[in-house]
Write a protein that binds this ligand. Structure first.
Ligand code: CAA
Length: 240
């Protein structure tokens, strides 16, 4: 039987590419999304992948969402924590709301979603949790104290949960994409984005599919010895 994969923020951008790549690799995929019904409907019609609308920042909503997915498809084998938002503004202008929104959606969501699947994974002796971090959690980014803190936090979360899951067949890894051609990156003011692209040694933005193929690698049954790691996919922009 096909393994079951859930991708948060799985109908657009990097998440959309991950959902499609996992489906193409034989997984039964559930694509979560938060708000954009039009994009989700188009994605569903184009790919045939079922979509599930719930807010990953809200634990009760995640519990209900995972319950529905489990009823529809079966227990979750692979969780991809991809959903994320930006509220870019320098700290001296940032509001508490802009801080909290990013922390809740990008980092607390990892707790919420992982908490909802971890007991079942432990019980079945298999699980793959893949957290989509960011170069900006590794290197820091002007205008992103909230986002950089949340994405860096995902790496710590990854390492700690990897230790907890290791003896139970559960691997937990992080992927840190650089600047990828998505709506989120295209929202960066053009003159700023030009400066950023000029600092990418490969000389271009990445493509969502270039991140998705790494998720397929980490999700595989054969990747059981890879855990607690962060894989950078950034065109050489940040090497350390
Ligand atoms: N890299 C290099 N220079 C940057 C920069 C960046 N990321 N962000 C801002 N700057 C520069 C600007 O070009 C400008 O330089 P000059 O004075 O030489 O023109 C200076 O810093 C001040 O910037 P602004 O004039 O834009 O100042 P502002 O107060 O109006 O806005 C800002 C500040 C909100 C940070 C805005 O510049 C911005 O949105 N920057 C983009 C931040 C960014 O990179 N976000 C990533 C979003 S994509 C993402 O997050 C996905 C992922 O994981 C990679």
């Amino acid at each position: 039987m096909a393994r079951i994969a859930v991708v948060t923020g799985g109908t657009r951008g990097i998440g959309g590419a991950i959902s499609v790549a996992l489906k193409d690799a034989g997984y039964a995929v559930a694509a979560n999304y938060g708000g954009n019904d039009v994009a989700a409907q188009a994605f569903r019609e184009e790919t045939g992948i079922p979509t599930y609308k719930f807010d990953v920042a809200d634990l009760a909503a995640c519990e209900a969402g995972i319950k529905k997915i489990t009823e529809d498809l079966g227990p979750v084998d692979v969780l991809v924590n991809n959903a994320g938002i930006t509220r870019d503004v320098t700290l001296h202008r940032m509001t508490a709301e802009q801080w909290m929104e990013v922390m809740q959606t990008n980092l607390t969501s990892c707790f919420n979603m992982s908490r909802c699947v971890i007991e079942s994974m432990r019980g079945r002796g298999f699980g793959r949790i893949i957290n989509i971090g960011s170069i900006n959690g590794q290197a820091g980014q002007l205008g992103q104290t909230n986002y950089s803190a949340a994405k860096c936090g995902m790496q710590g979360f990854t390492k700690a949960l990897a230790l907890e899951g290791a003896a139970k067949g559960i691997t937990v890894n992080c992927i840190a994409p650089g600047y990828i051609s998505t709506d989120m990156v295209r929202a960066v003011p053009a003159p700023v984005l030009e400066k950023i692209v000029a600092r990418i040694p490969v000389g271009r933005l990445g493509e969502p599919e270039e991140v998705a193929r790494a998720v397929v690698f980490l999700a595989a049954d054969e990747a059981g010895f890879v855990t607690g790691s962060t894989l950078s996919i950034n065109g050489g922009q940040h090497i350390y």
